[in-house]
Structures are given as structure tokens and as C-alpha cells.
Design a protein around this ligand. Sequence first.
Ligand code: ADP
Ligand code: MG
Ligand code: ZN
Length: 486
Amino acid sequence: MKPGYEAVIGLEVHVQLRTRSKMFCACPNLTGAPPNSHTCPVCLGLPGALPALNAEAVRMALTLGLAVEAAIQPRSTFFRKQYFYPDLPKGYQITQGPVAIVEGGHLDIPGEARVRGGEGQVRIHLERAHLEEDAGKSHHDLEGGTSHVDLNRAGVPLLEIVSAPDLRSAQEASDYLKALHRLVVALSICDGNMEEGSFRCDANVSVRRTGEAGYGTRVEVKNLNSFRFVRQALDYEMARQSALLEQGQPVQMETRGWDASLGETRGQRTKEASMDYRYFPEPDLPALMVEASEIEAARAALPELPEHRIRRWCEAYGLGLEEAQTLAQSPAFAAYFEALARLSGSGRGAAAWMLGEVSRTLNERGIGIEAFPLPPERLAELVRLVEARTLGFGTAKEVVYPALLAGEESAAAMVAREGLAQVEDQAAIRALVGQVLAANPGPVAQIKGGKESLKGFLVGQVLKAGQGRLDARLVNELLAEALAKG
Ligand code: ADP
Ligand code: MG
Ligand code: ZN
């Protein structure tokens, strides 16, 4: 972006709700089924079919609303948004009118210290979150020159979460989006799959001269199906818009699409050409009334929120923000980490194993933590041995951990049986250090001449002499000590 300008960004996020059935009919809400196998007169828009609101979707909207401390509306209504498109069988989408079930609210996101020079949290306000239905999917078959429409997705429940224009940079927008993603996954209202479109983001962005109070003309960028694309598209738009203003040219109010292969946004339609959706109240659905008892039930069922959990972990275990965020990626991963931290008695140790070896195993096997073969108790025993320095980290990682994965019952039993415990006797390590120094007069002289980098070589020699049973940190210390003396 040109110097002297700042960005104003608001995100509209469509969250596909993980209900059992669709928004207004009993068809299953499932992906991956044969095309048009989950349809009925309601979601096909056949004449005379009547919609009935899904109570589970309402409960999920309440859950989100309470998690962001929004005002839950006791009464909200549905409207018809009319437009013509082949994957919209009714010719209109049912969405919420001027009042949504969730109004206001906020999400506090960490890390904005980077951009705004402040400490800690930035509060991003929400405008509203409203319930609506998804459209079907068009498949353009290029070979045959034909298009196919799959209506399995038609009528799938969506919660559209609209932020206020409170975001000021591409990084901040992506931090907010990640926090919102963690939240809906932690609340078990969305599977969070961005590639498959379960969590979709449109970004509104304008730029203005730094310090100006009003907002500039905004552009809406569609088709942002990854966090990286959101950052790239926003950075591109900020540069494009600020360059226009710098040349004295106006920014056009328009909808643009992100072209990932070209790395640019491209104009799709301008505001003048934008559609009149002829909104009017949906006559086939009564107002959505929410009772205080329903709100209380949803509140009582709220889990610990990810941003709270992340802060707690940072404080209790001394974790870095990004480590804690990665650990909070899914409820199951977070739960495993909590168990491991508790059972091993070391939050830091547990975090290191989760982010290191455990993640590597999950990636290699292409599985989630749910399918990880070791219960936390078994891994905790290994973490404890390493934290107590009974077992060297290298041996733990290369020998004991793979054995546990392969069915070894107990890390402690294996260490005892195979004599893997670390040599703790400092005198013994000093003796090995002495031998290695004596055997390597050349490198020792070079280190004394200033070639510090050769220390690593000597440490390696000592570790090798100790057959993997030495604590590398201790060897480093004792070697430095011996070099200083000798
Ligand atoms: P629409 O219904 O046309 O999409 P909204 O008023 O609901 O318009 O706003 C949509 C999104 O645009 C919101 O997330 C809001 O924060 C954001 N927004 C509004 N004005 C601006 C602006 N000038 N610059 C950037 N974002 C904006
Ligand atoms: Mg919009
Ligand atoms: Zn249906």
C-alpha cells in the first residue's frame, strides 16, 4: 500500500452449520452423496411445498451469539432474496430480514500488537449473524460443453457472520478469520473445511488517508477460500486502491473476484449493475421467537472458548501465542494436549511433543488426533522421562517413541529393560569430554583461535561416545567448562 494510507476492512463469513438435516426440510445435511440424492419438494422449490425451520440451526446460531456476547433477538423474521440462478431452484433464497437472530457482539483477537503498536487484544465488533440457506452447486463439464446442477447443498443451513469495518490490515483480517474459524469449530457448529466451502469468506475493503475519520469507497472481494488468499487479496486491493487515489482517480464501488493463479483481483460487477433483490417478508415462515429458557440452555452448554483457552495456556504453561493457537486448532487436539499436560506434569513438554512428533506422525499417516494410536497416558510417561532428564530427547524421539507407536506398552519399562537411561553422573561425562578433547587437538586449537562453530562437532563426538545416553545440554555445558579451563 502507498504510504500515508490505511485500510478499512469488514468480513462477511458464511458458516455451513453441521446440523443433521437441512434448514427448512428433513433432507440430510451431508456432503459426498450422489448428486441430487438428498432433495425433496421443499429444497427443490416445488410449488406448494412448505418450509419448516430447523431448531438445531437456531440452537447453533444462539451458541455462536452467546460466545461473542451478542444481543440475542427474541424475535427475528425471514425474508426472500430474489435472484435467478440455475442452482437456486426456488428463484429466491430465504434469509433473515432487517433484524437477525444475533445482533452485535465482538471477538477479541490477540497479536495486533504487530500492527497497531499496542499490547494484547484488539476488539473486533460484529454487526450481526443471521440464518439463511445455501444454494446448490453448478458443475461445468467442459468436455461436453454442458453444465450440471447438484441440489444436495440447496437448503443447507448457513450462518452469515458480518464484522464491523474494524479491521485495519490484511494480517489483522486473517487473525480475525482464524479466531472465528477456531470458535465455530470449538463450538461444534461447523466442520471448518475451507476447501470444501464449509467456511467461506467475502472481504470488504476500502482505503483512506491515515487519520481520516470517514470511510472510503469499498470493494467486495469474493472467492477467498484460504487464509492466505484473504491476506493476498487484501494486500493486492490495498495497493490497487491506494495507487488509484494517489493518482487522483476514484475507487469504483464493485464486486471483484480473487484470481489465485494470477495473484490479482478482477472486476466482476459494478454497483450500478448490481441486482435489486426485491426483498420481501417470507410469507410461509412465522417469526423466529427465542425464549429466555432456550438462551439459558445454550449458555449452559457453552464450552471453554478457544481465545480464553489460548490465553490460559500462555499464562499457565508459558507457551508462545502461536504455539497455543496451533494447539487449539480443534477441540480434540486441544483436549489431547490438556490431558498430556496434566498427566506429564509439564505444559511446555506436552506442547513440544504435540507440535513436534505427534503432529509429524499425524501428517505422515494423514490422520487426525482422534485416530492417533497412543492414549495420552502412554505418551505422558515418555514426556515425564524426558522432562526429568532420565531419558535424552534424541533417544526418546528416535527409539522410544517409534517403539510406543509400534505397540511397546511402557516407555519406563523399555528404558529400564534396554538400559536407555541417561548418564547423569557428571564425573562420567567429564571423563568422556576429556577423552574427546584429547583425541581432537586440532579442532580444540581452532576453537581457542576463535572458530566457535567447531564446538558442535566436539559435542557430537561426546554424544556419540556416550551412545545416545547423554543429555546434550549437559554435554554442552561441561564441554564449555573444560575448554575454558584447559
Ligand atoms: P452489504 O449488505 O451490501 O454487503 P453491509 O453494510 O452489510 O453491506 O456491509 C458488508 C460488510 O462491509 C461489513 O462487513 C462491513 O463491515 C463492511 N464495510 C462497510 N463499509 C465499509 C467500508 N467503507 N470499507 C470497508 N468495509 C466496509
Ligand atoms: Mg455483502
Ligand atoms: Zn429437502
